[in-house]
Structure formats: C-alpha cells, structure tokens
Design a binder for this molecule. Structure first.
Ligand code: GDP
Ligand code: MG
Length: 598
C-alpha cells in the first residue's frame, strides 16, 4: 500500500507569522535544500515576492523524511498564497491536502487571516496542527496564545508545538507531528483517474505546468489526458515532482502530488479547480467544476509615451499568461490616449501587477484611480456591469445603480474598538457583529461598500489602531446605492481618466478634496489653471492656480551651478511622467494625489 507513507499538508498563517521561514527550515531538515543552495524563503520564487514577503505562486515540494520510527515518508508540502486576494487559490491548495500546520506568531496571537485560513481548512476536513512560532523572542507569550487558539478556534492546544522557525528549535518535532497526526490519503489505483488541478502556470520552455493531486487512479507519462470542463485532450509529455528541483517520475498513484506538462499553450487549458482524467477511461465523478476568478478592482493603465503602447501590450500579455485572474482590454481615453483597462482580484493584486510591469518589463505607466465594478440598470430595464466610471450612461438613462459590498472581519485589541467602529461608520459600514474573542481581543464584523475600501481603508485602519488591527474580507453582493458620477475638469475640459463614481453624500467633500490636491500637485504653468469638480453640469468645487512667471532656477541664490543642474534634471525627469490633459500637463503624482484625496 503506497499511500500509507504519504502525507500531504499545507502551512497556514496570518501574514508575517512565519510560514515561509518554517517552510525553509523543513526543506533544510529533510535535506531538500543543501547548504549551498540555502537562502531565505526558498519557496518565494520571484524577487518581488521575497521583498514583499508574500507568496503569489504556490509551489509544491516533495520531501523524503525518515521519521523517528525508522520509516521513510513522502511529505508533500503545498505552499499556499497567504492573502485574501487569492483566497480561491488558497482553497484549491487546501483541497489537495489532508492536514495543515497552523502557524501562529506567539508574540502576536490569532489574527483575522489566521481565522479565515483555519475556517477554510476546516471546510476541507483537514487535520490542523497548531504551531506556536517565534518562541525565541522574549515578547512571546505562548500560554496566552495557546489559550487564545483554544478559545477562538476550539483547537486543543495542550500539546501545541512551540518552535522558532528562525533558529530551527523544535522544527523536527513538527515533522514528527505531521507523520503521526496527518492522515494518510487513500484511493483505488485501478479506478478511473480523478486528479485535481490546484495550480498552473505558464513556463516559456515547457508551456503550461499543471500541479495536480490524485484522488483515484494512476497517471503515467505518455497518457492521453482529458480536462473535464473543456473536454480537450492532451498527451502527457512530462511528469514529475518538485524536490524543489523538478524530477521526472514514470507514474503517480492515489494521494500523490506532482506536476505534468502536456503541450498546453494557455492557462485556460488547465484551470485551477478543474479535473484531470484519462481520455479512454474518464471518471464519472469529476470535481464540481471550477470557479472563474472574477476581477473586482479595475484601473486604466496608460503608457507615458505613445510609442510605448506596443511594448506595454506585450508586457501585459506576458503577465496574463501566468495569471488567470488578471484581465485587460484596450481602452482609449481622451486625456491619456491609447491604453488598457485592467482588472484585478483586489488591491494587493493590482499593486503587485503594477510593480511587476514597472520592474520586470521596464514599463513606464500612468495608472488611473482604482474603481470597483458597478451594476447599472437602465431605464429600459437592461442590467449591465460597468468597470469604468467614464462608461456610465447619461444620468437620465439610469434607473438605478448598485455597488458591491464586502463582509469584513476585523480583529483588534479592545482599546481600539471605538476607533474602528468610527472608521467603519464613516465608510458607510453596517455593523453585523462584535464579540470578545478573549478578554482583550475583539472581533468586529461589518458589511461595507467595496468602493470605500478601495480608497484608503487599510491605511486608515492601520493608523487608527497603531498597526494592531488585522482584517479579512470577501465580496458578498451588489446593493442599490445613491451613487453619482463625479467629473473633474481642468480649464473646462472633462478629464475622463479622473471620473469617479461616489456616493451622493460624499460627492461634495470628495470633489473639493480632489480639486485641491490637483491644484497643489499640478505644477504652476505660464497660464491660469482652473480645476473643477462637477456632477453632470453642476459645479461643486473650484480651485485655481495663478500663472507662473518665475524661472524654475530662480530660487537658487548665487551661482551654485550643480544645484541648478540638479533642479533642471529633476524637472526633466518629472516631465517624462507627465501627460497632456486638454491643454495642461499633469504629473502621475496628481493621479495618486487625487486617489488619496479623502
Ligand atoms: P510569512 O508571511 O508567514 O511567510 O512570514 P515569514 O516567514 O516571511 O516571516 C515574517 C518575519 O518573521 C520575517 O522577518 C522572519 O525572519 C521572522 N520570523 C519568522 N519566524 C521567526 C522566529 O521563529 N523567530 C523570529 N525571531 N523571527 C521569525
Ligand atoms: Mg511568506
């Protein structure tokens, strides 16, 4: 019985609680990474991931481990993305496991994403092993945190492992716990193949690489496989496991985890959540289909120079190859020219893509303010989703407007409850629940318009709680709201790229704030610049920049040539990132300022 020695597990944790560090130690102990290859956070492949300390693309590693009982086990560590934006991917990765290590930072305790991840793991019936991390730190308080886990999650923590992923202390015990507590998988090797696709990505040499977990049946190199949702068939050209280097295997049976390549050209050939089966003897019981991940946050992406349009398009296409959740389509703006409308899962996803475009593809970008998708009901009864405020029909054609709402859970020490409630109320939130998790920690549940969060909710939440709050959210539904389209005008021209949809009660304050920010961030020109905010034809705010007379170097006293030169160079660099809007040049900073206006 081959499955007896297989253990499939994930590590779940709130961000920064030590998931990647623990994974590194496990790789070292099992000998998967030699001293020479060792570097921090081996599993976070991309440079960007390492810098941000999050894992975007999950990777599974197969690790041989000889336990204290003398037997050798096949451990499959499945690395899951750790952020709410990627929750569908987290859920598929967990579906490939029988157990999960729940890492909780013993200096911090249970946080919002700890809980969200645990609930997902419980949904998949996983055996959960609590691991208290960072016990090398004097500020760790393992007893309280263990009690917190018991009270909040209901997990027995009497024998909870206490480790330091950093120093490696007690990490060996974690491996023993996996062997003893995580159930071995089961399944009939002779049944028709039923394998779950829990991750896939595009590799320029190998085409699409599919990570799968077999429930039943056997897969061999050379097999003709069928992808359940599309019915398309492919020949398996490469079959193997990451150790973490890719190693070829001839076959895999029930409970095993591996990768395959089959000359697939696009991610849509192997969607996450779909079933792989054999063409000649397909399973009658595929997984219940896959969920298409829909973008929730949108923004315009424009090249700074028109000549950069094609390179930008190529860069976007390349990114999309590897990110099924990232969408884009061409868009034209009167103000910004030819560009793209891009859709993302959430704000973090958006930031990551913008950064990768600038870094990996050297793209010079202007990104417009992010917006959510709105549901518009026209007077003739037609319902449509609009992802760009400037595409909104004329006011008289709109019967009603609805906006997406999220359900948000915020964990916070009780001292900050008042501040959090105040913030949520300001953001048009509707309180759902508030309960004490422990004598000092409170969980607050709100329903909030997603649009309010897209602006600056996280920054505000962090600042009003001095960084002590953690949160988790999911989009729940569309709700009718009193929303209006707010236009920004510069010297009488409507700047389409700056149009936003806002709640009517917010419109005046928002319009004033944006107009002021724009006025301040648009460098003064040789002519007068008037900034206005308007709802339809009604002007609700107005700001003015008087014409400029002085030379930019005029404030340099005396003959400091190098300083003058620096100033001029700075001005030149600034120009590169400017766009002509109507008759006025607007720097990228003005967009960002407009964004943070509230
Ligand atoms: P992740 O976001 O859960 O993957 O967390 P990381 O593994 O990136 O760890 C977050 C930070 O905590 C990093 O700076 C780690 O070096 C640090 N860290 C992780 N484990 C320990 C530990 O056991 N002790 C100490 N002192 N620091 C740790
Ligand atoms: Mg990490």
């Amino acid at each position: 019985n081959r499955t007896k020695h297989i253990r499939n597990f994930s590590i779940i944790a709130h961000i920064d609680h030590g998931k990647s560090t623990l994974a590194d130690r496990i790789l070292e102990i099992t000998g998967a990474v030699s001293e020479r290859e060792k570097r921090d956070q081996y599993l976070d492949k991309m440079e960007l991931e390492r810098e941000r300390g999050i894992t975007i693309k999950s990777q599974t590693v197969r690790l041989p481990y000889t336990a204290a009982n003398g037997e050798t086990y096949e451990l499959n560590l499945i690395d899951t993305p750790g952020h709410v934006d990627f929750s569908y991917e987290v859920s598929r990765s967990l579906a490939a496991c029988e157990g999960a290590l729940l890492v909780v930072d013993a200096t911090q305790g249970v946080e919002a994403q700890t809980l969200a991840n645990v609930f997902m793991a419980l949904d998949h019936d996983l055996e959960i092993i609590p691991v208290l991390n960072k016990i090398d730190l004097p500020s760790s308080h393992t007893e309280e945190v263990a009690q917190e886990i018991e009270e909040i999650i209901g997990l027995d923590c009497t024998d909870a492992l206490q480790v330091s992923a950093k120093t490696g202390l007690n990490v060996e015990k974690v491996l023993e716990a996996i062997v003893q507590q995580v159930p071995a998988p089961s399944g009939d090797p002779d049944a028709p193949l039923k394998a779950l696709i829990f991750d896939s990505w595009y590799d320029s040499y190998r085409g699409v690489v599919v990570l799968f977990r077999i429930l039943e049946g056997t897969i061999r190199k050379g097999d003709k496989i069928k992808i359940n949702s599309t019915g398309r068939e492919f020949d398996v050209t490469s079959l193997g496991a990451f150790t973490p280097e890719p190693v070829q295997y001839k076959e895999f049976g029930p409970g095993e985890v591996g990768f395959l390549c089959a000359n697939m050209k696009e991610l849509s050939d192997a969607p996450v959540g779909d079933t792989v089966t054999l063409a000649k003897n397909p399973t009658q019981d595929p997984f219940p289909g896959f969920q298409e991940v829909k973008p929730m946050v949108f923004c315009g992406l424009y090249p700074v120079e028109p000549a950069e349009y094609e390179p930008l398009k190529t860069a976007l296409e390349k990114l999309q190859l590897n990110d099924a959740a990232f969408h884009f389509e061409p868009e034209t703006s009167q103000a910004l020219g030819f560009g793209f409308r891009a859709g993302f899962l959430g704000l973090l996803h958006m930031e990551i893509i913008q950064e990768r475009l600038e870094r990996e593809f050297n793209a010079k970008l202007i990104a417009t303010a992010p917006s959510v998708a709105y549901q518009v009901t026209n007077t003739d009864g037609v319902v449509s989703i609009i992802d760009n405020p400037s595409k909104l029909p004329e006011i008289q054609e709109i019967a009603s407007l609805a906006e997406p709402y999220v359900r948000m859970e915020i964990h916070v020490p009780n001292d900050y409850v008042g501040a959090v409630l105040k913030l949520c109320e300001e953001k048009r939130g509707i309180q759902q629940d508030m309960k004490y998790l422990t004598s000092t920690r409170v969980m607050i549940t709100y329903e909030l318009p997603f649009a309010e969060i897209v602006f600056d909710f996280f920054d505000k939440l962090k600042s009003v709680t001095r960084g002590y709050a953690s949160m988790d959210y999911e989009v729940i539904d569309f709700r009718e709201s009193d929303l209006v389209k707010l236009d920004m005008l510069i010297n009488g021209d409507v700047i389409d790229a700056l149009a936003v949809i806002v709640h009517r009660e917010r419109a005046t304050r928002y319009g004033r704030a944006v107009a002021l920010k724009l006025k301040r961030s648009i460098p003064r020109q040789l002519y007068e610049v008037v900034v206005q905010a308007a709802i339809g034809s009604r002007i609700i705010a107005r700001e003015r920049n008087a014409p400029l007379r002085k030379n930019v170097t005029a404030k340099c006293y005396g003959g400091d040539i190098s300083r003058k030169r620096k100033l001029l160079e700075k001005q030149k660099a600034g120009k590169k990132r400017m766009k002509k809007m109507g008759s006025v040049e607007i720097p990228q900073e003005a967009f960002l300022a407009a964004l943070k206006a509230e």
